[in-house]
Design a protein around this ligand. Structure first.
Ligand code: GLU
Length: 509
């Protein structure tokens, strides 16, 4: 195989959809698997759809996901620049080359002239297409004299270059995922390749020229580009570049959770999950939630995405990035669309949260603690998170699950008060306070041993004692084992919290 060089070529038209992240991921895995290069090219030739901030968003998203770029915007490389708007001088030459070789032509038609033909077609019951049937009825370099064409260009008339799609020819194509595909060119129209109005190429021309110049070996992209493939094949032929033409792989769509139709932001809004990797604020002020801010770990998010359209051929579900690189192949990418399952995304995240060590949990915990005005060491932060991690699904669960380690209850859960704060229990808790106060070694194990012995000697029930202690220390019927709490908060704080319950809450009759 030739040197593998793949590219992720997003257009900065808004936040990067998770389908786009998956495209980037598969490119990256393929590049790494074959010791190749991953290129990031920004396709910003459509000035109408350009959105400020989108490029930065794309770059930050890839970084968060751990998708590394070898060449491209923000990194540089032998084919710089990698932002198409900075390569504009390159494309005109290639557009002209196609015109000279009779594979393309200048068109000067106005919207009004096109409308006339469109109406004619409608009246004849046909859908209008700009193709071999109309190109010579309009003012183009195929219908006008050479002098007229030159005169029009010289006086500054607006023009476009269109591809001269052959009539009734079968284009035979091969796709690494879809297999062999054939299309009759009579079903295709004459696509615009270049526009004088902004002196910019369209996607098709810029994309093919750049893939060629950047020596791209494999084009791995979304299925929505499959209809453009015949044109791209013909462009390679028209330029005489078929020898080095890249191989193509069109990835299946990401489908709605219901399985019908493409996954959209609206589905996410309706069902409560993000369809973007990071939180995004549009220039209009509209915001979109992101996986990162919703509390997902990048590794879990990537693992989940990796399996939407690809399967390893085994039962294995948890994959690190390195394991994905080692097992990825385009052969195992399916043709069928992949249904997005929000619950499965959560499941993956939970698996990853549970597997983190205290040291790995600390950096997620610290910003949350700081937000609540709590300053502790990484060790303390990590320990609190570690005790509760089995119950965590998202990073955003961390505070609710651990807050009692850092703040004493100020309110007590009514249900628990009614159940526990009555009868012998207040007196029992006061006695327990004395027992705790006398303990020297306040480690979980020792405290537990002493308290259990006391419970037995006094004839209390374990549940009764633990639940009352929980009311005092946590304020609610939640949290880990009580001795995890006593050890974590320490003796002084335990006594303080017991006093607080005893002094502030009147026992129920
Ligand atoms: N700029 C195109 C996009 O936004 C790239 C398509 C391709 O990879 O050829 O998806």
């Amino acid at each position: 195989m030739r040197e593998v060089r793949v590219r992720f070529a997003p257009s900065p038209t808004g936040p990067l959809h998770i389908g786009g992240v998956r495209t980037a991921l598969y490119n990256y895995l393929f590049a790494r698997r074959h010791g190749g290069k991953m290129i990031l090219r920004i396709e910003d030739t459509d000035s109408q759809r350009f959105v400020p901030g989108a490029e930065e968003y794309i770059i930050e998203s890839l970084k968060w996901c751990g998708i590394e770029i070898d060449e491209g915007v923000g990194v540089g490389g032998p084919h710089a620049p990698y932002r198409q708007s900075e390569r504009r001088e390159i494309y005109l030459k290639y557009a002209k080359q196609l015109v000279d070789a009779d594979w393309a032509y200048y068109a000067f038609d106005t919207p009004e002239e096109l409308d006339v033909l469109r109406k004619e077609a409608e009246e004849a019951g046909k859908t209008f297409a700009y193709n071999y049937e109309v190109r010579e009825k309009l003012p183009t370099s195929l219908s006008l004299s050479k002098e007229e064409v030159e005169a029009r260009i010289a006086r500054g008339d607006q023009w476009v270059v269109r591809f001269k799609m052959p009539e009734n020819e079968i284009v035979k194509m091969d796709d690494l995922i879809r297999g062999h595909v054939e299309v009759n060119t009579s079903t295709l129209d004459d696509k615009v390749l270049y526009k004088s109005v902004d002196a910019l190429p369209t996607y098709h021309l810029a994309n093919i020229v750049d893939d060629h110049l950047m020596e791209v070996s494999h084009v791995i992209r979304g299925e929505e580009w499959l209809p453009s493939l015949p044109l791209h094949y013909l462009l390679y032929r028209a330029f005489g570049w078929t020898d080095t033409q890249p191989e193509f792989a069109h990835l299946p769509l990401l489908l709605k959770p219901t399985g019908s139709g493409k996954l959209s932001k609206r589905d996410g809004d309706k069902m409560g999950f993000p369809v973007f990797p990071l939180f995004w604020t549009a220039p209009t002020g509209e915001t979109s939630r992101g996986y990162r801010e919703d509390g997902y770990l990048a590794e879990a998010f990537i693992n989940m995405l990796s399996l939407l359209g690809w399967n390893p051929g085994t039962e294995q579900e948890i994959f690190s990035m390195q394991e994905l690189i080692d097992s990825f192949s385009l052969d195992r990418v399916s043709k069928a669309g992949a249904r997005f399952q929000p619950d499965k995304a959560k499941w993956f995240n939970a698996q990853y949260m549970h597997s983190l060590s205290d040291e790995q949990l600390a950096p997620f915990m610290q910003p949350i603690l700081r937000e609540h005005g709590i300053e502790v060491t990484d060790e303390v932060a990590g320990k609190a998170a570690g005790i509760m991690k089995e119950r965590m699904t998202l990073v955003t669960d961390m505070w609710d699950l651990t807050s009692f380690f850092f703040v004493a209850p100020t309110e007590y859960e009514e249900k628990l008060v009614k159940k526990q704060w009555k009868g012998d229990n207040p007196a029992m808790l006061k006695a327990l306070r004395g027992v705790l106060e006398a303990i020297e070694d306040f480690s979980k194990e020792n405290t537990e041993a002493v308290v259990r012995a006391w419970i037995e000697a006094e004839g209390y029930s374990l549940g009764q004692v633990m639940n009352t202690l929980r009311l005092a220390l946590v304020g609610a019927g939640k949290g880990p084992g009580m001795f995890d709490v006593t050890e974590f908060i320490g003796k002084a704080e335990c006594l303080k919290r017991i006093d607080s319950l005893v002094n502030n809450v009147t026992p129920v009759e």
